[in-house]
Design a protein around this ligand. Structure first.
Ligand code: OGA
Ligand code: ZN
Ligand code: ZN
Length: 394
């Protein structure tokens, strides 16, 4: 099969290999039915097809962005003529302004929106408990992440799917984590700095900067957008205690949905307040601990007990929210969900901070020092980097 691609004309920088060819088309009332050589049928509405014309009048060739606006054609726009060309494109002559559109078969099939095609395109997270992640924790080495794009891509896809991934043998010079972070993209700066130093400090403005236990939490639930990825690089860990714990928040939420549906409904509908304040700043956000998308899929978890504001919901919801919140925290304490990982010098753990909760045990500095460095990158950056790395491998 040909793998010809035609970037410039398909409004994209991604190549679309031709995997199947259209063998028949039928013109319906509002849509075109395309039959492919592997037996799949796609339905494309005429408005959708007109909206996705890739000609140089409809798309700006420099940016590959659309200049055409769909309200400039009638809602009832239809083809006067439609056919499959010798080079397997679908050609449509429209009944309005004599416009002519051509559709590349690779592009068209990969944008099919039949139910089965949409299902195939869904990215399912690999949701884990202790047993699963112990056997499957993605990990790679520092040198490979820096030097090898194939290794980087496979590690990033694992990070996307599991929400937790380790890099070992990382140099222990300060700020080395920037080199790894920059293999994805730029860092998200916050009031804690571009890079934050997790050490017990005399002037701590967060429990993180003490030697106290930090219960399971996501970082910055106090912001409208919680940072997508968190990096924690261990420079030194000779203290007694200070072990890390990770729990897949999606697993806890799924477990709750199955076993305690009322509590799940409360946590995904009733907002909680989160506060983060020091002498200079005062951040607050009100949002639900569990976030689902329009299909009911769990897409985010938001939680940090030490950053909670007082519960401030109408009184008929107060008890329901407390009951559900207590349940969630109790579930995260069950060892079958907890992955223990003592970070050793040279380990760099990266996790999806909008999904995976992290904690550390209290530590005692009599035996030695403990110093981690951390930073954040948004989820968008990870997904964009994966797509661009995949572009060259399609
Ligand atoms: C943090 C944090 C974990 C640790 O800084 O947000 O959770 O192991 N630190 O110190
Ligand atoms: Zn056009
Ligand atoms: Zn944290």
């Amino acid at each position: 099969m040909s793998t010809t691609t035609a970037h410039a004309e398909i409004a994209s920088f991604t190549p679309y290999p031709i995997k199947h060819l259209p063998i028949n088309i039928q013109l319906g009332e509002e849509s075109l039915i395309v039959e492919w050589d592997h037996g799949h049928q796609s339905e494309y509405h005429y408005l959708w097809l007109r909206d996705n014309c890739h000609c140089s009048e409809c798309i700006a060739s420099l940016t590959r962005e659309q200049v055409f606006e769909i309200c400039d054609v009638p809602l009832t726009i239809k083809p006067i003529e439609a056919y499959i060309s010798d080079d397997n494109r679908i050609i449509i002559q429209w009944d309005f302004e004599q416009h002519l559109s051509q559709y590349h078969p690779g592009w068209l099939l990969s944008h099919c929106y039949s139910e089965s095609a949409l299902n195939d395109k869904k990215l399912d997270s690999k949701v884990w408990d202790k047993e699963r992640i112990q056997g499957e924790l993605p990990n790679t080495q520092y040198k490979k992440v820096l030097e090898n794009d194939d290794e980087l891509l496979s590690w990033l896809k694992d990070l996307r799917d599991y929400g937790l991934a380790l890099v070992t043998q990382v140099d222990t010079q300060t700020n080395t984590l920037v080199k790894v972070a920059n293999r994805i993209s730029f860092i998200r700066e916050t009031n804690f700095g571009t890079i934050f130093n997790v050490q017990a400090k005399a002037d701590a403005n967060s429990t993180a900067y003490t030697n106290l236990r930090l219960p399971l939490h996501t970082d910055l639930p106090t912001r409208e957008l919680q940072p997508g990825l968190q990096f924690l690089h261990c420079l030194i860990n000779d203290a007694t205690g200070g072990e890390s714990i990770f729990v897949d928040g999606f697993k806890i939420a799924e477990h709750m949905r199955e076993h305690y549906p009322e509590d799940f409904a409360s946590l995904s509908a009733i907002p909680m307040s989160f506060y983060n304040k020091d002498k200079e700043t005062d951040y607050r956000f009100r949002g639900t601990a569990i976030v689902t998308d329009s299909n009911g899929k769990i897409v985010e978890v938001r939680l940090a007990n030490f950053l909670r504001g007082p519960i401030d919901v109408p009184s008929h919801q107060t008890m329901a929210l407390y009951k559900a919140y207590r349940r969630f925290i109790s579930l995260t304490r069950e060892t079958k969900f907890q992955h223990f990982q003592r970070l050793n010098q040279g380990d760099l753990i990266v996790f999806d901070n909008r999904r995976v909760l992290h904690a550390r045990n209290a530590f005692d500095l009599k035996a030695g020092r403990r110093h981690l460095q951390g930073c954040y990158i948004d989820r968008d950056e990870l997904l964009s980097r994966i797509r661009v790395l995949e572009r060259n491998r399609l």
